[in-house]
Design a protein around this ligand. Structure first.
Ligand code: FES
Length: 104
């Protein structure tokens, strides 16, 4: 798995790093000081909401908890939650995310 991840917050904070086999976006954000805030870490508060600008195919399908939160937001096609989203195994590419913060 060789996935390069870029995350910005639109306010000047941005990080770029390589996943190096780690699948959890939360673990990667924590390890690299990504400008993504977390609160519940259980797909209920929406604090870790990000817009996927490109590379959505590199992220596993949403789990039931994330699907429930996405449904509460009207199932936006380009939104994921870093606390539950994981990278696909053996995927290669570049993932570009824009941190949005809580939706409510
Ligand atoms: S931290 Fe609450 S939804 Fe991700």
């Amino acid at each position: 798995m060789q996935i390069i991840i870029n995350i910005d917050d639109g306010c000047g904070a941005a990080v770029r790093f390589t996943a190096n086999g780690i699948k959890s976006l939360a673990d990667l954000c924590d390890a690299h000081g990504a400008p993504v805030d977390f609160s519940c870490r259980a797909a209920s508060c929406s604090t870790c909401r990000v817009r996927v600008l490109s590379g959505a195919e590199l992220i596993d399908n949403a789990n039931p908890l994330e699907l429930e939160l996405l449904a509460a937001l009207g199932n936006p096609h380009d939104i994921r939650f870093c606390c539950t989203a994981t990278l696909r195994s053996n995927a290669t590419g570049e993932l570009n995310l824009h941190a949005l913060g809580p939706a409510f």
